[in-house]
Design a protein around this ligand. Sequence first.
Ligand code: SIN
Ligand code: MN
Length: 200
Amino acid sequence: MMCVSLRGFKIYKEFLSLDVQRTLVQVLRPVLKSAPLFSPEMPNGGTMSVRMTSAGQLGWFSDPSGHRYIDRHPEGREWPQIPEEILDIWRKLAAVDRMPECCLFNYYGEGARMGLHQDKDEMDFSYPVVSISLGDDGLLRVGGTTRRDKTESVWLSSGDVVVMGGDARLAYHGVDRIRFKSSRLLPKGGRINLTLRVVT
Ligand code: SIN
Ligand code: MN
């Protein structure tokens, strides 16, 4: 298995076989059914182009009053459990003594992107964030721990897994664009990114 490092992010290319990718898409269906995707509103007034939901004890949420983890879907139900098949990827790559409390589900439709940001709503940055890509290719941009640091980009494809940990845990990152319909994994196209996080 090939692992390349980009500004401290560990990128495991083709970590998931096509069979496993297909299984993940299947196990995510009931998650989406009980926790439908929503479009988070940002504190600056905009609406994210990426649609989101979560599984686990906690889910990430944003509205005009700020972004944070909450213990229920905005419609009121508890978040569904993180499927075992997804936890298995954390077990293989995270190399820490705790399991994730959140699996954030991001869906990028045609034209969706995610601006450069740090993941810092979690309480302990010694735990990595493990990021799984499914479906269309996405152009990941990675910088340093300040917004001014130079950035480098890499295309992530379906089945790639990225471990954002160590000195790079607080590195700025974002997704500039996707190549819509570059993959046939999702019948309607688009990109799914799952991030596993220890929150508390
Ligand atoms: C994120 O930063 O939450 C998502 C990264 C990605 O979509 O690859
Ligand atoms: Mn992030």
